[in-house]
Design a binder for this molecule. Structure first.
Ligand code: NAP
Length: 463
């Protein structure tokens, strides 16, 4: 296994740190320790676990400036977004601290008077998580919050691009009093650590946020030991604007949905579908607003769009822009870059494309970058057909003040997360998860704790 991870700042190319990667032996020893720790931790009361989660959240908020600066330096997102992520990260812990106390069982009326039937729920065991770089902190607590609330122990492998945030987050967990073997971190390549997680008898659950191809691989590998899997995978979100929509409001939501985190969120609007009667007005206003966004180093005041994470991501986005242009798209904003492959910094100016057609790669693939393709539609049935024509089913947005149209979209869009006049629907209280190849299971809300629980049925006889 490779033994060193170099962490760089995608806004400057500066090397931030060299950290050691864990050897296979170390990973296996930590898995064993996590399994052993479960025996004791699973016997704690929900109130004890809730207090630990609350304390951890409190420390995250008390240290949010430090955490946010680490995030901005290794991920590139603007500092206000990183501060927002710190609060969002803590919110999953406080939500699940409460939920820990509501893991009710039930009694079932028996068909025989001499029997009593009880159902209880208990933590599944050691949970192994693999997280992405785009939300280096929040994707961890969205998993660890419910897992710990359920009485599970937890081990996480962060993305190699952003391990520093996770290292600090895990330190804060230990400072909060969570035992060291209850929340652990391992660092290294996903392709090397993934099989150690999936192949281990100590791990009872794999939870993953990342790309669909890696998700499929982890599902296959987990079949060997029949592990439970939760998968938060890729998206290709449609953003539908109807003729009656408040266009100025839709533009503000489109900006937030598309350009937050430089377009690198799995729920980012990826295809703008606009009614033909308002497409000219929306395109003009949206392009003007996108062109006015300030691009730069996320540590600088006023910056709204940072760099994309690395060369691989940068190349894919530029290839989509070039493919669209070659097939006849018009650049309404951006379309330019500021990068230095040698130094390692990667800026793409917020880009809006008009005259987009369905044969362009950008209409078929997830972009994960600050590029917005606009296509027009004539009927709402056509909009739904275009929207659903993808193997992905994570998030979809629609803008209308007509309640019949809104309900039509709610009932016909094949996506797990819907925003009706809302470009930012994600919150700790609500389930977040995809349909089709966007994933298995939900995180957040009352649904988010179920994947970490086993159901146990007890039949008492001879009463
Ligand atoms: P990725 O390549 O799947 O990486 C995500 C994580 O998986 C990283 O920790 C990575 O480790 C690890 N990994 C890579 N190859 C692996 C393997 N063979 N076995 C086990 N683990 C492996 O995804 P990405 O390109 O970095 O992230 C962007 C993707 O994540 C997008 O498709 C996006 O939609 C998705 N995403 C989904 C959600 C959601 O909630 N649905 C949220 C955020 C992102 P290394 O760093 O070592 O490669």
């Amino acid at each position: 296994m490779s033994n060193q991870i170099t962490v760089t700042n995608p806004a400057t190319g500066e090397v931030l740190a060299q950290i050691p990667a864990d050897s296979a032996d170390t990973v296996n020893a930590k898995l064993k320790a996590g399994h052993e720790a479960f025996k004791k931790f699973s016997k704690t009361t929900a109130y004890e676990r809730a207090a630990l989660l609350e304390k951890w959240a409190e420390l995250i908020l008390a240290n949010k400036q430090e955490l946010a600066e680490i995030m901005t330096k290794e991920n590139g997102k603007p500092l206000p977004e990183s501060l927002g992520e710190a609060a969002y990260t803590a919110s999953y812990l406080t939500w699940y601290a409460e939920e820990a106390k509501r893991l009710y069982g039930r009694t079932i009326p028996a068909a025989t008077s001499s029997k009593r039937l009880l159902v209880t729920q208990q933590g599944i065991g050691l949970v192994a998580a693999i997280t992405p770089w785009n939300f280096p902190a929040a994707m961890m607590t969205r998993k660890a919050g419910p897992a710990l609330a359920a009485g599970c122990t937890f081990i996480v492998k962060p993305a190699e691009d952003t391990p520093l945030t996770m290292i600090r987050l895990v330190e804060l967990a230990h400072e909060a009093g969570i035992p060291k073997d209850v929340v652990q971190i391992v660092n290294g390549k996903g392709s090397e650590i993934g099989p150690l997680f999936t192949g281990s008898d100590y791990v009872r659950k794999i939870t993953f946020t990342g790309s669909t191809p890696v998700g499929k691989l982890l599902i296959q590998q987990s079949a060997e030991t029949v592990k439970g899997v939760s998968m938060e995978l890729g998206g290709h979100a449609p953003f539908i604007i109807c003729e009656d929509a408040d266009i100025d409001y839709a533009v503000t939501q489109a900006l937030a949905s598309k350009f937050r985190n430089a377009g690198q969120t799995c729920v980012c609007a990826n295809r703008f579908l606009v009614h033909e009667s308002v497409v000219a007005e929306f395109s003009e206003k949206f392009a003007k607003a996108a062109a006015a966004l300030k691009v730069g180093n996320g540590m600088d005041a006023g910056v709204e769009v940072g760099p994309v994470i690395n060369k691989k991501g940068f190349d894919k986005i530029v290839e989509q822009i070039e493919d669209a242009k070659a097939k006849g798209a018009t650049v309404l904003a951006g379309g330019t870059t500021n990068h230095d492959v040698e130094k390692g910094y990667f800026f793409i100016n917020p880009t809006v494309l008009g005259n987009v057609t369905h044969d362009m790669n950008i209409m078929q693939e997830e972009t994960f970058g600050p590029v917005a393709p606009i296509v027009s539609f004539k009927t709402y049935e056509e909009a739904v057909e275009i929207a659903n024509n993808t193997p992905f089913g994570l998030a979809a947005y629609f803008f209308t003040d007509n309640y019949k149209r809104g309900i039509f979209f709610q009932e016909n869009l094949d996506f797990g997360i819907l925003g009706w006049n809302d470009g930012l629907p994600s919150t700790a209280q609500a389930p977040f998860g995809g349909m089709k190849e966007s994933g298995i299971g939900s995180e957040g809300g009352i649904e988010g704790i179920q994947p970490y629980l086993e159901t146990k049925y007890l039949s008492i006889g001879n009463i």
